[in-house]
Design a binder for this molecule. Structure first.
Ligand code: SAH
Length: 243
């Protein structure tokens, strides 16, 4: 049976890829992905055939993977971070219904929330949730409801897709909503280009976050009511006594 590996390559750096992901790419003869992700891994797999498609061509990219697998290639479809977190794993299964002779193997990767949390300190140590601010595939009303409910429930919130050219005011909008339940002094963090060149990190309050511009290569962390700064790190206590 023909096989496609759906591989999460982690946030960027080769060292942050899992051994299983590396082995899947080594054993493939073709690697398919969005141009930016292919460029991140290319130098480590010089003998492979690379196929790329631009952003927003996700369906085409998946079809391409199945067509190549049908021809007999061992294909890896790559995504940044984890393929099951705002990635391609689900779409691959949906499109795969038309290709019953191709088997999928999903290989997990380190998602931006976890890689970014390690840069900040320990912000996600307790209950947290991930919310994407992109309304490309999700109605804005639903995003609003999730922001409000997660804030009311005092979750640590990690925001993916916090901004893009068309959505420049969305982080400010989200901060206003979260401030309905979270204090404006809530400890927050932003991490840009995690595991890539020019990685940067900043700790700030929720009211400062509201007035900060971020780009699409940034993941944003909003603490819960217990989150604090410890020695320049963002730390959410688990509640151990005696410290
Ligand atoms: N599948 C990916 C997420 C894709 S959605 C994962 O599991 O990480 C794209 C969003 O993820 C970006 O807008 C950004 O918010 C976040 N992201 C992905 N890689 C990142 C990185 N290296 N540094 C900072 N944020 C990143």
């Amino acid at each position: 049976m023909n096989k496609i590996y759906v591989v999460g390559i982690g946030p960027g750096a080769y060292e942050k890829m899992t051994i299983e992901a590396d082995r899947a790419l080594q054993s493939s003869d073709m690697i398919i992905g969005y141009t930016v992700y292919v460029d991140l891994v290319k130098e480590h797999y010089p003998t492979k055939i690379f196929l790329t498609t631009p952003m927003k061509k996700e369906v085409d990219r998946c079809m391409m993977a199945f067509e190549e697998a049908k021809k007999g290639h061992v294909v890896s479809m790559i995504c940044s971070g984890d393929t099951g977190v705002y990635g391609m794993a689900g779409l691959m299964y949906e499109i795969g219904e038309k290709y019953p002779d191709v088997e999928l193997k999903i290989i997990p990767g380190v998602t931006a929330a976890l890689a970014g949390a390690a840069v900040l300190g320990a912000p996600l140590i307790h209950d947290f949730c991930l919310i994407s601010l992109s309304d490309l595939l999700t109605p804005k009303e639903k995003i609003k409801s999730r922001l409000l409910h997660a804030s009311e429930a005092d979750f640590v919130i990690c925001l993916y897709n916090p901004s893009s050219k068309k959505r420049s005011g969305y982080l400010r909008w989200a901060c206003d909503l979260m401030m309905e339940y979270k204090s404006e002094d809530t400890v927050c963090g932003i991490v840009k280009n995690i595991g890539r060149e020019k990685e940067s990190v900043l700790l700030l309050s929720l009211s400062q976050l509201k007035n900060t511009d971020v780009d699409m290569f940034t993941t944003v962390f909003i603490g819960n009511s217990q989150t604090k700064q410890v020695d320049g790190h963002m730390v959410t206590p688990r509640g151990y006594k005696g410290v």
